[in-house]
Design a protein around this ligand. Structure first.
Ligand code: ADP
Ligand code: MG
Length: 722
């Protein structure tokens, strides 16, 4: 008979790895698919290239005459790469990547066709804006928007299902100028941070200060599951996670997967992923097995935040597309399997420029490194003051399964500094502001650790936001998220803090105060006010949850429903408005889009739970009861005694399953809500717990019903058969 689960297992166990491509040298691969600055320099007239470069450096608009020349060169390059289409690529508020494809083909009046691509079409495109969420902007303004080439990000070619496409990275704006994407606020946050950082560096005595940018290196965790399994599980296909499934007898308690041998099929897959990344100029570096079976990680070398954000989106696309070609589904969901380690995206972030270098590098003597202490202090202040915002930017329905659970960073945002740095700031805090000199710090005991030991930060994996030697690592970010939201938040709160510091420093120094004493005084003030956010202990512990909230006044926002309303708070609106990163209208639209997405994704899952429970699990369990009762009656006829306990247990679980499914179905009928907040809370509390209730019965049934009747591939099959 047709048994999808058995067939899937057969298919998976008989698969061969996709043949490996012959190795190519990195030089031959590197950035071959990117229309890079050097390629443009080689093919553009000098004057055009100069104008383009100036545009890139000054964030200005490209002059139309130059745009035509650039477009024509870009088209010729793309055609030589086999491209038939071009696409404006943009990053809507959904965390995804969107593309509007068009052909180069243009029909002439005489019926012949030519390939055409003008400066106008390069610079501006018109996607169907109404199909992307705009939040408040949709109702307030004209719904449609347009995409505009982000000249700071180079064009590239990508092989897609349509063939080869020239991809042009763009920003997505409404006709009235509102940002409809994640790229514009990211660029604005970098500008704001650059402005404030420059001010502070000048005040600290740096004569020459070049543009400060933030850098980002994101570690991406993901799961691979065979397509044959995924195809028989609508939850994996539609929600990206298993809504049912009993944890396997062998889970990750056997740590043999971590850094273990990578199965051959996966290795071939990874080689192809890296190859695609190199061709696109993305510096892939590490690969190893993660904690859970079937889980892996890829981390490119860090780059400037704007480039890194584009590349991160590309990495997710490449992972998904390559997986398909290798008979896998790549799951970027934060928690595809209950009871098994989830996936995060560690966003490593620092700020640097060409003249001063990495501003978060403490050097050997951090206590004397005013520049470092100031920037790090600014971050401590920012994370404390805007901790709830940091929580809000990582709030999604899927990430809720990690945060708040006891295996991922908690939903309480704190800062881990490492003991040595923590000590330095404590000394600063103890110092008497008026007489504080760097020498005093030495006297207070810091000299007992003469040189700074770089702390990998790995010693504390329980912190959501950890200093790791020369950067911060935002570990609470979800694996399926765009890195832009977190980067925007970090850049913006840093801009705000640096601005605050600059104002203080300026007035103190201009009234004759000593620079060092002023800096230490300001840092002491920061630590007095905001030091409570620094925490080096176990972030998973009950004591911390209690202490954080009751003694330190930190917010614990366990669900997205609790976290997103932060975006409506006045102080958050003011933060974004004064830094120029988001206008109040833009911010409000983000609340609306994100909360709508939350409700929608929980709703899709709840409907799937009902559907799978009713049409797959219930029938299998009932069939088993009927098998058992048939056996029982024939045994009875033969006068043989039969123990009914299993049949009774299964029958009672089946009743529980059908009752809880009915409750969930009824609960989903509710349509009237007084506010979005209430709507979200209803899904976070009522709907989610009913889903868990249904799952509880189903997973117990999985442990009772005959294996051959069970319709869904089981955890051990999906995780261990490759
Ligand atoms: P771990 O697994 O120990 O956290 P990895 O080496 O796997 O570390 O990943 C660290 C990531 O941090 C890499 O992407 C790396 O390029 C990035 N990184 C290193 N230095 C910086 C920096 N100054 N700013 C931003 N990211 C950085
Ligand atoms: Mg890490």
């Amino acid at each position: 008979g047709y048994e999808p689960r058995t067939q899937a297992i057969y298919q998976v166990t008989h698969r061969d790895p996709v043949p490996v491509k012959p190795p190519e040298s990195l030089q031959d691969l590197w950035a071959t698919d990117v229309f890079s600055l050097s390629k443009m320099q080689a093919c553009l007239p000098k004057s055009v290239f100069k104008s383009l470069k100036e545009t890139i450096l000054s964030d200005a608009k490209l002059d139309p005459a130059a745009a035509d020349v650039v477009a024509s060169a870009m088209k010729d390059w793309a055609l030589s790469k086999g491209a038939l289409y071009y696409a404006h690529v943009f990053y809507p508020m959904t965390n995804g990547t969107a593309e509007k494809h068009d052909g180069f083909i243009s029909v002439q009046s005489d019926g012949t066709v030519i390939s055409e691509f003008s400066g106008k079409t390069l610079i501006k495109g018109e996607p169907d804006g109404s199909s992307f969420p705009n939040g408040g902007i949709r109702s307030t303004f004209e719904a449609r928007g347009y995409t505009a080439w982000d000249v700071t990000s180079p064009a590239y070619v990508m092989e897609t299902d349509n063939g080869v496409t020239l991809c042009i990275p763009t920003v997505f704006v409404s006709w009235t100028g509102e940002a409809l994407d994640k790229k514009i606020p990211l660029l604005r946050s970098i500008s704001a941070m650059n402005k404030s950082a420059t001010k502070v560096l000048k005040l600290l005595g740096c004569n020459e200060v070049s543009r400060v940018n933030s850098s980002c290196g994101a570690e991406q965790e993901y799961f691979l599951v065979d397509t044959a399994f995924a195809n028989t599980r609508s939850d994996l296909l539609l929600a990206g996670r298993t809504l049912f499934g009993k944890p396997p007898a062998k889970g990750q308690q056997f740590d043999d997967h971590y850094f273990g041998a990578i199965p051959e099929r996966v290795q071939v897959f990874m080689q192809e992923v890296e190859r695609s990344m190199y061709r696109l100029g993305i510096p892939a570096k590490t690969r190893h097995n993660e904690v859970a079976p079937g889980q892996f990680e890829i981390a490119p070398i860090f780059e400037a935040a704007d480039a890194a954000a584009d590349h991160q989106q590309l990495i997710m696309t490449i992972l998904r597309n390559t997986a398909k070609r290798h008979g896998f589904v790549c799951l970027l969901h934060e928690k595809p399997f209950a009871g098994i380690n989830g996936s995060g995206k560690h966003v490593n972030w620092s700020v640097s420029n060409a003249t001063q270098g990495n501003l978060l590098d403490p050097g050997d003597q951090p206590h004397e490194n005013l520049q470092f202490l100031t920037f790090c202090g600014a971050i401590i202040r920012g994370v404390h003051k805007y901790g709830p915002l940091m929580r809000a930017v990582i709030a999604t329905a899927s990430n809720d399964h990690r945060l708040g659970a006891n295996e991922a960073p908690p939903a309480i945002i704190s800062v881990y500094l490492g003991s040595q740095l923590e000590d330095v700031y404590e000394q600063i805090q103890k110092c008497d502001v008026t007489g504080c000199k760097p020498g005093d710090l030495m006297d207070l005991g810091v000299e007992s650790v003469p040189t700074f030991m770089k702390d990998s930060g790995d010693r504390n994996r329980t912190s959501p936001f950890a200093f790791t030697g020369n950067r911060f690592e935002f570990r609470a970010v979800g694996s399926s998220q765009s890195v832009s939201g977190p980067l925007i938040a970090m850049n913006t709160i840093l801009a705000d803090s640096l601005d605050w510091i600059a104002n203080k420093l300026e007035s103190q120094v201009s009234s004759g105060a000593d620079l060092k004493a002023s800096v230490y005084g300001i840092l002491k003030e920061i630590m007095d006010e905001h030091g409570g956010v620094v925490f080096g202990g176990n972030g998973y512990s009950e004591e911390w949850h209690k202490m954080a909230v009751e003694e330190r006044g930190l917010a614990n926002l366990p669900t997205t429903a609790d976290a997103l309303p932060v975006l409506k708070e006045k102080y958050i609106e003011e933060l974004f408005e004064k830094t120029g990163v988001l206008s109040p209208v833009e911010l409000e639209s983000r609340f609306e889009v994100y909360s709508e997405q939350y409700v929608l994704s929980v709703e899709v899952e709840a409907n799937l739970v009902v559907d799978i429970a009713k049409t797959q699990i219930y029938p299998a369990a009932v069939k088993y009861i009927s098998d058992l009762s048939a056996t029982a009656s024939s045994l009875k006829e033969m006068g043989i005694e039969f123990n009914y306990s299993i049949a009774k247990k299964v029958a009672s679980l089946v009743n529980g399953l059908s009752e809880s499914t009915q409750k969930l179905e009824d609960a989903l009928d509710k349509e009237e809500f007084s506010s979005m907040e209430e709507h979200m809370q209803y899904f976070a509390q009522t709907i989610r717990s009913l889903m868990d209730e249904v799952r509880g019965y189903a997973d117990s049934l999985e442990g009772e019903v005959a294996d051959e009747l069970w319709p869904l591939p089981k955890y051990q099959e999906m995780l261990f058969i490759k």
